[in-house]
Design a protein around this ligand. Structure first.
Ligand SMILES: Cc1ncc(COP(=O)(O)O)c(C=O)c1O
Length: 438
């Protein structure tokens, strides 16, 4: 059973200050979760999670996670800037990008980030990009890393697809060549990365991924004559979006990887190394809620519950057919697998589509789903929106991005991003030019 960290009364009081829709994050949930992750890998003193900034690029959330010891996994210039703003520089930043522009390599290198290459051609491209700043492979303080695409060695994942069909990473042969070239250019610190899953709920899949990397580290070290400081098994740890799904058993993953670490790495003569992850979804996902109000209820060929939130606030359902649970706090009580506090009124349910207001027929949070019955004016909570939620927002149809709020551990609420205004929306247009434009 999961527990909502707020009830109808608390939500209504928050709505007295901020209008719906908004994203609400639960600080206590995020911090406790971060500590659980670290505890599962406590056997590895150099364990580090680099929070995938793309999942929730909010500096307040990032700073909280930095306090918990997490670095930042960045894939773009803006994400690098955010990492720097919260104090993550040097090897607290992992730069895992693809199709990378020169200025992003330069910025990452100036920050001293761990550079994680996506392709063998990027080695020379990087060297050229950072030359004007006097940065070289030989002089670089942080490790270099390559992203391995294991191709057919790893089974496909419903979201990320089969590795051999994915655009990311090096083939195995290319890896040997890349590490040889970096060694020859004077690089001294190395890591190995892969990312083959998205929203994966099978703990054995994650253990097997680490085991493959340990084997490869041993092989590359022997053949190229380098030692590795870390493996990074990427992100992709799933969360239970559906009521019948179970959260990833992190303790199982921790124990399984520890076993592989001993038998497949240390026993083969490779020295200790750090286990790195770059998870986003499983860190903040379950602790973020999209709070919305019912605007209209419509009864035509189907029953429609029309919200003031739309896919511009959370596009996963429209993009992937993703499932997010829908709760109606006015009832309190137990709703699916959620404890929503004391029962307030007896719950009624109905089958309907829960929709937003975009002129797109896939703008639906739930389709023909049995949900607690909601009426105009009711608050509705869409669960597990704390990762790849607000971050994927967009402005189609002139929809404005909503505010992000943080429910602090002491029960207070902090605005960590204000809602956009029409002025923000029009800020890139120069209306005065219209007068002289025929
Ligand atoms: C390279 C890389 N690292 C980490 C992540 C984070 O994945 P997740 O939020 O599923 O853990 C992603 C997601 O797209 C990614 O592309």
């Amino acid at each position: 059973m999961r527990k909502l960290p707020f009830d109808q009364g608390k939500l209504e009081s928050i709505c007295g200050r901020w209008s719906t829709p908004f994203h609400l994050y639960d600080e206590r949930g995020i911090r406790e979760n971060a500590r659980r992750l670290k505890a599962a890998f406590a056997w590895n003193p150099r364990f580090r999670e680099f929070f995938a900034v793309k999942a929730a690029p909010n500096p307040y959330l990032m700073k909280m996670l930095r306090e918990e010891g997490f670095g930042s996994d960045c894939s773009s210039l803006a994400e690098l800037v955010l990492a720097e703003k919260v104090g993550n520089t040097g090897d607290m930043v992992m730069f895992t990008s693809n199709d990378t522009p020169a200025e992003e390599f330069l910025r990452a290198a100036q920050l001293g980030a761990v550079i994680n290459f996506d392709d063998i051609t990027h080695l020379d491209f990087f060297a050229e990009a950072v030359k004007p700043a006097g940065i070289t492979f030989a002089g670089y303080q942080s490790p270099f890393c390559c992203r391995w695409n294991p191709g057919p060695l790893k089974g496909g994942n419903a979201i990320i697809g089969k590795p051999e069909e994915a655009k990311y990473g090096f083939t195995k042969d290319q890896l040997f060549e890349a590490y040889r070239r970096m060694k020859a250019a004077g690089a001294k610190r190395f890591g190995l990365h892969t990312m083959v899953a998205s929203n994966e709920l099978d703990p054995q899949y994650i253990v097997d991924t680490a085991a493959l990397l340990f084997d490869l580290v041993v092989e590359i070290s022997e053949k190229v004559g380098i030692t590795f400081e870390f493996i990074n098994i990427g992100g992709g740890v799933g969360i239970p979006y559906r009521p019948d799904q179970k959260a990833m058993d992190l303790e199982f993953v921790g124990r399984g990887i520890e076993e592989a670490y001993r038998t497949r790495l240390l026993a083969k003569g490779h020295p200790d190394l750090g286990l790195y992850m770059e998870c986003g979804r499983c860190i903040t996902g379950p602790y973020g809620y999209l709070v919305s109000r019912v605007r209209h209820v419509k009864d035509t060929y189907r029953k429609y519950i029309g919200l003031d939130a739309c896919m511009a606030n959370l596009m996963r359902p429209a993009l992937y057919g993703a499932y997010h649970q829908v709760l109606v706090p006015k009832y309190g009580g137990i709703q699916d697998n959620w404890d929503c506090g004391p029962e307030l009124i007896p719950m009624e349910r109905e089958v309907c589509d829960v929709t937003g207001s975009l002129c797109e027929n896939n703008d639906k949070f739930a389709i023909q789903r049995d949900v607690p019955k909601a009426a105009p004016g009711d608050l509705v909570v869409i669960c597990d929106a704390g990762a790849h939620g607000h971050a994927m927002g967009f402005q189609y149809n002139g929809k404005l991005r909503s505010a992000e709020l943080l429910l602090r551990e002491d029960g207070s609420v902090k605005e960590i991003r204000r809602a956009e205004t029409l002025d923000d929306y029009f800020a890139t247009l120069d209306f005065s030019g219209l007068d002289s434009f025929v």
